[in-house]
Design a protein around this ligand. Structure first.
Ligand code: CO
Ligand code: ZN
Length: 329
């Protein structure tokens, strides 16, 4: 599974530009699913199971946060805006890669006050050009963080574990799932990081009876971090609430019962900032019971996110357990 994770995180596909990652995931799921399609926004939807069963929508987003060129100056320096929740302090000293293959380093104007964080207006990308004419980029070109995948054994460090790790969990669940009474839609959604846009149309199109997102959540186990009762390595987290959703209590109970039955460790999650595709599923049409299984993750939305591999494997086990049995909410 680590080989799969590496392949997913080393693909560059910021929000709205998911073509590359969609082809990587399509190649993985096509041999495993009964049917695969892509909707108008670019969501990849793989269906498996009994066409007359309960319709269950699973969602993991394919997109990642990134940068978009707003201006190239006379000397070939590139100014940019963000795609999704990028924070300036995570960019310093970093490298980016554009979809056209060009790479660059993020530089910063001289700062008067060393105690203040820079603003995006003070940052630029240097791709080694010396004039605007020489710069092979133009307004609207898109980049993602350039960082290699690191395997520390139990723990993994990479860019875009948010949410390629969720995509990996869905792919592995699809691979391991045998017989199921359900009609399961594995949705690899687009544009989550700019406001769950892909999941919004996918959920409308699938019209599920219930829904689950698989995404990362924060962790409260690093020095002087914001308090949060989730740690790496203590099991996948069953979401109770986040800023965008109160998880359906029936779904929370169903997930807890499944984890208890299979003796899978789990944590209960309250994330005070941020949301997931589950919100879009819950609020589609006339409403859908929805929840989320989270992979605890340190340094979310930085170029070096970290998860614990045991949590990833236990997330797959719990998904397979839940989806292979009848659902009684
Ligand atoms: Co995110
Ligand atoms: Zn995410």
């Amino acid at each position: 599974m680590k080989t799969l994770i590496q392949k997913l995180v080393e693909t560059f596909s910021p929000s709205g530009y998911e073509a590359a990652i969609r082809e990587v995931i399509r190649a993985e799921v096509a041999p495993l699913a009964d049917e695969v399609r892509v909707d108008a926004l670019g969501n990849l939807i793989a269906r498996k199971g009994n066409p007359n069963g309960k319709k269950i929508m699973l969602a993991a987003h394919m997109d990642e946060i990134g940068l978009m060129v707003t201006h190239v100056d006379d000397n070939g320096f590139v100014r940019f805006t963000t795609l999704g929740g990028v924070r300036p302090h995570t960019l310093l000293g970093g490298r980016v890669r554009f979809l056209n293959g060009k790479a660059g380093v993020i530089g910063m104007e001289r700062v008067e006050d060393q105690t203040k964080l820079p603003t995006f207006e003070q940052l630029f990308i240097d791709i080694g050009a010396t004039t605007r004419e020489q710069c092979p980029l133009r307004v609207g070109d898109v980049a993602a963080f350039e960082r290699p995948f690191l395997d520390l054994g139990k723990r993994i460090i990479a860019k875009s574990l948010d949410d390629r790790i969720g995509a990996a969990v869905l792919i592995e669940t699809l691979r391991q799932l045998g017989q199921t009474p359900h009609n399961i839609y594995f949705v690899f959604s687009v544009q989550e990081e700019v406001g769950v846009r892909g999941a919004t149309t996918a959920a409308f199109g699938v019209d599920p009876d219930l829904g689950l997102a698989v995404d990362v959540t924060g962790a409260g186990d690093t020095p002087k971090c914001a308090p949060m009762d989730v740690s790496l390595g203590k099991g996948p987290a069953i979401k109770v609430r986040d800023a965008g959703m109160l998880a359906d209590p029936r779904i929370v109970d169903w997930m807890i019962r499944g984890a208890d039955a299979a003796k899978i460790p789990y944590q209960l999650e309250i994330l005070e900032r941020g949301g997931t595709d589950a919100r879009a599923i819950q609020l589609t049409r006339a409403g859908v019971p929805a929840g989320c299984l989270s992979i605890p993750c340190r340094y979310v939305h930085s170029p070096s996110e970290m998860v614990d591999f045991d949590d990833v494997e236990n997330a797959v086990r719990l998904m397979v357990q839940l989806l292979s049995q009848p659902v009684d909410l």
